[in-house]
Structures are given as C-alpha cells and as structure tokens.
Design a protein around this ligand. Structure first.
Ligand code: UDP
Length: 327
C-alpha cells in the first residue's frame, strides 16, 4: 500500500514507519518536526509541513493517491493542554479536520487514528470497555474525543472508513535500539524513572501514595510500542478488507502500580536511584486498565510483548544510546 503517516518522525510514528518500510509499503511522512526528528525515519520520504497548511495537504493528497492515512501528529502533554487549551484544539482537532477533509476530497478512504484512554477521563468501572462514557477531564482528552466524533460523523456521510485506537500507557522502544522516545520534556513515568537512573534527574517523584490501590500508588496498563504498531497493521488490513469504522482499546488488560514500575526499573537498570513520595498529580485516575477483548476478538490482536521487564529493558537500552549520542 501507499501510506501517508502524519507525525511519523515522532516516537510512535517512527516505529510505525519502520514496520511499514520493513513490510515493503510505500511511506510518505508528513511532519512539522516540532517534536519529531528527521533521523528517526528509517524509511520513506519526508514532507516537512504543518497540518494547518491546507494547500500543501491538498496538493499532496491530490497528487499522491494514498491508499490509507495513519494520523499520529498531535500534541500530547496533558498539563500543557490545561494551560493552553486552544493550542490543543487547534492542532489535535482543527488540524485533524483539515486532514480528514483532504481525505474525503481526494478519495483516501482508509484512516487510522491515534486516540487515547484520556477520552474516558476518570472511569469508575475497571477494566474500561469501549462502551464506557467519554468524559475527558482535560483539553488533551477532549481534543481527541472531538476528532473521534468528527470521524464518526464524516464516515457516516462520506466514503471514509476509520479505525480509532485508544492507546493506554505506551512505552518501550525498538528492540534493535534504532529509535525510541526523544522528548526532552518527558512526563511519562518509565522515561523519567530511566532518566533518573541515568543521573539526568536527581530523584523520581511518586505522585500520590494514598490511593485505594494495593500499595497506594496509581495503576496503569503499560503496552509495548511494537504491540501497538501491530494493532495499527491489523487495523489497516481490516479496513483494506472492507471493514467498517471501529474503535478499539489498546492495552494488555493488566495493570502495574507506580511502585511496581519503579521496582522493575531498578531491577532492569541495576541502579538504586533516588525515589521520593510526592502529592497526587491533578487529574490522575487511580486505576486505568483496558478491556482489550474487542481488538483481540475482532482483529485477532495477539500481543507478544506483554512483559513489563521487556518493555523497560528496551526503553533502557534506548535511553542509554540516546544519552551516548546526545540525542
Ligand atoms: N507518575 C509518577 N511520577 C512521575 C510521572 C508519573 O508517579 O514522575 C505516575 C502518574 O501519576 C501516573 C503514572 O505514573 O499515576 C503514569 O503516569 P504517566 O504520566 O506515565 O502516564 P498517564 O497515565 O498520565 O498517561
């Protein structure tokens, strides 16, 4: 297939581009390089442009005749989205509409969308099914929910079919250490724990130790980036076979507490880095675990990296390399 990958120079997008390239697909990457990196691209041709630039999008989609679009390009920092909501609505929603519009106009009828468990907000029942009410509690989650809604409505009125994947906590890196997370301002637990182990940060804060969970810290469903990429491939195959629009959770269906992640990070790195208990972080649900029976049943998703140690080891190997190369 000939596939357009927006945000393909970013963390998850670059893993997608790698796999599509390895499988022999023709890949064009659309990325403004605001947080992505040209040298994260192992395959494909890069168009450096912003999704706000409708004219560039129009010309590209008109000329290239893509079979499918995989849309990763978005901002992802929850706290920043609270401080600057319009930045999130503009990029994650309005710019997504530009892309969807161009797809409809130029006949790209298969669309894979990176959504998030943040669309659920603070769900009460665990694990979370796709039928759970969408009650996002920050502009980031709201911007993704709005794009999902737009896709739903457009897919009912036009020929576009989509698969929206609601990611839980994505972590880990390419096992060959070619690519991985490169955000300087990382906020995610595993990345921060590893950077503390590397000595780049003084101490790791545990946000909240009085939750009603087994050890008082929050529980999350961590999924290896390459199992997530497999889910995208299955979504593509499903749409290529004529499948209708569908939404799937992407998580393993089991959770680990912050303390368990910290303990595993110490084991993998062999470094007893400093950890300090801290106050709760605003807006954190105590437990967030996916019910992934829909994607397993309907797409036959069989994740093969459901192993916290493997997730952290691949991320650790990457973090060491990133530091060595000053990336
Ligand atoms: N967390 C933490 N210390 C950190 C970063 C995160 O204790 O320095 C906790 C956070 O409160 C949450 C869990 O780790 O309970 C996962 O947070 P992350 O930001 O990685 O992902 P989120 O679940 O917010 O998408």
């Amino acid at each position: 297939m000939k596939i357009l990958v927006t945000g393909g120079a970013g963390y998850i997008g670059s893993h997608m581009v790698r796999t599509l390239g390895e499988k022999g697909h023709e890949v064009v990457i659309y990325d403004n390089l605001s947080s992505g990196h040209r040298d994260s691209l192992l395959y494909g041709r890069l168009v450096v442009s912003d999704l706000a630039d409708r004219e560039t999008l129009r010309i590209l989609l008109q000329e290239e005749r893509f079979d499918a679009v995989i849309h990763f390009a978005a901002f992802i920092a929850v706290e920043e989205s609270v401080k600057d909501p319009l930045k999130y609505y503009r990029n994650n929603f309005s710019n997504a509409l530009n892309l969807i519009d161009a797809c409809v106009k130029y006949g790209v009828n298969k669309f894979i969308f990176s959504s998030t468990a943040a669309v659920y907000g603070m769900p009460e029942k665990m694990p979370v099914t796709e039928e759970t009410s969408l009650l996002p509690i920050n502009p980031y989650g709201a911007s993704k929910m709005m794009t999902e809604r737009a896709l739903r409505d457009v897919s009912e009125s036009a020929g576009l079919r989509y698969v929206a994947l609601r990611y839980f906590n994505v972590a880990g890196a390419d096992p060959m250490t070619r690519i991985g997370q490169r955000y300087r301002e990382a906020t995610h637990l595993i990345t921060l724990a590893l950077r503390t182990a590397l000595g780049e940060r003084k101490s790791l804060s545990v946000f909240g130790t009085d939750y009603a969970t087994s050890d008082g810290t929050c529980i999350r469903d961590y999924i290896h980036v390459d199992d997530l990429i497999d889910a995208h491939l299955l979504g593509l195959d499903y749409l290529a076979a004529g499948g209708g629009s569908r939404i799937f959770n992407c998580g393993y269906g089991r959770g680990y507490s912050v303390r368990e992640v910290v303990a595993m990070t110490k084991k993998v790195t062999g470094i007893d880095f400093p950890v300090a208990d801290a106050d709760r972080r605003a807006g954190d649900p105590p437990v967030l675990v996916a019910d992934s029976s829909r994607i397993r049943g309907e797409l036959g998703w069989r994740p093969s990296r459901d192993d916290l140690e493997f997730i952290i080891r691949t991320a650790w190997d990457w973090e060491k390399k990133r530091r060595e190369l000053h990336l």
